[in-house]
Ligand binder design. Structure first.
Ligand SMILES: NC(=O)CC[C@H](N)C(=O)O
Length: 366
């Protein structure tokens, strides 16, 4: 087996074996705690420019199939696992995970110390890193890590977004027309809406409010996506135009951050973020807790002590994460707009929150 090297921005080095393509990869190293769903994770466009380290110790067991991808390719910049499965064992498998990583040119590494890596990132925070299957000198790789792009200020939504609009139609009767702004949308999201009778017009990230409203949508959806929310001014601007018109708005993850910024709130970088499928999120009105799927490194800063004034009327924080108190949902009180920082499309992850798509449909019905 070929050796490989993982070097973090602060000099911490892990030696391991190559897993996937040969070569070198750079990105922000983050950890994901999901015990299942590696294929959905790898293909989630929100992971662009990130090296994802899995805390689940055994990866690749069920191989790869053509049904589970959340986009047209593997999106992560690099991959870190502890122990790759030596065999593929699932009736759904069509290929091995290692072959798939190679097919997309994704460089990975298997290291013994994924637990040490995770503890390091929890303490020091997510940071830039590099994986190389060619370099043996950590200092030489570190120099290239320090020259690689940072996540702060990264405008990546427009890079992963669809270049052309397309439509996802329901099997049965069309009940609502949705304009969905693709900031890095996952395949399951328009599907979840189509299952509920929505005809979903997916638009490029940079679509203007006029282009969105020209579709005469019953509601406008803003998707998840990669990068720093502070760098997506184009989506904040279109959101403001849509809110002005009073159309129902629903946002997920980066979409939640776009709503926050459209309301004049700030976003900030979390130390190590939330990535996994068991984050406890509380609805502050009902006290109810949902176990939810997350993938975010930034968050919205908002007052937690009741409704606050914005340019679009009163707003409130609807959900918080019970692990760390981070804002996980927003709602306008005087207009039909709401958003969540987590992933109700549940691919991968628990389905506790899929009801939010019904909430969006209810708003569109009114
Ligand atoms: N999944 C997402 O939409 C992530 C949003 C943003 N890129 C973040 O890291 O917080």
């Amino acid at each position: 087996m070929n050796q490989a090297l993982l070097v973090l921005e602060d000099g911490r080095t892990f030696r391991g074996t190559a897993y996937g393509a040969e070569g070198e990869a750079f990105g922000e190293v983050v950890f994901n705690t999901g015990m299942t769903g590696y294929q959905e994770t790898l293909t989630d466009p929100s992971y662009a420019q990130q090296i994802v380290a899995m805390t689940a110790p055994h990866i690749g067991n069920t191989g790869v199939n053509d049904e589970d991808p959340e986009s047209g390719r593997i999106q992560v910049a690099g991959y870190v696992v502890r122990e790759p499965s030596r065999i593929t064992s699932s009736w759904r498998a069509q290929r091995s995970l290692e072959d798939e990583l190679r097919a997309y040119g994704v460089v990975g590494i298997a290291v013994q110390g994924t637990r040490a890596l995770t503890r390091h990132l929890r303490e020091r925070g997510a940071m830039r890193a590099g994986i190389s299957t060619a370099e043996t000198d950590p200092d030489a790789l570190l120099e290239r890590v320090l020259a690689s792009p940072d996540m702060i200020g990264a405008d990546l939504a427009r890079v992963v977004s669809t270049p052309e609009p397309y439509v996802v139609r329901p099997d049965g009767e069309v009940r609502h027309r949705v304009a969905a702004v693709d900031l890095g949308i996952k395949t399951m999201t328009p599907r979840r809406m189509a299952e509920r009778g929505c005809e979903v017009h997916v638009l490029p990230a940079t679509a203007t409010a006029d282009e969105i409203l020209a579709l005469e949508p019953d509601g406008v959806f803003y998707s998840n996506g990669p990068g720093d929310p502070a760098a997506c001014g184009y989506a904040v601007d279109s959101m403001k135009g849509v809110l002005e018109e009073g159309r129902p708005v629903f946002g997920i993850c980066l979409g939640n951050q776009m709503l926050g910024r459209a309301l004049g709130l700030d976003t900030y970088k979390l130390r190590f973020g939330h990535r996994g499928v068991n984050q406890p999120v509380q609805n502050r009105a009902t006290g109810r807790v949902h176990i939810t799927s997350h993938n975010h490194g930034f968050a919205v800063e908002a007052p937690l002590d009741g409704p606050f004034e914005t340019a679009f009327g009163r707003a409130e924080v609807t959900h918080v994460d019970l692990n760390d108190g981070v804002v996980e949902g927003l709602r306008l009180l005087d207009r039909p707009a709401f958003s969540v920082q987590y992933h109700p499309e549940a691919a991968p992850g628990p389905h506790d929150a899929t009801g939010l798509f019904e909430t969006f449909c209810e708003l569109m019905k009114k």
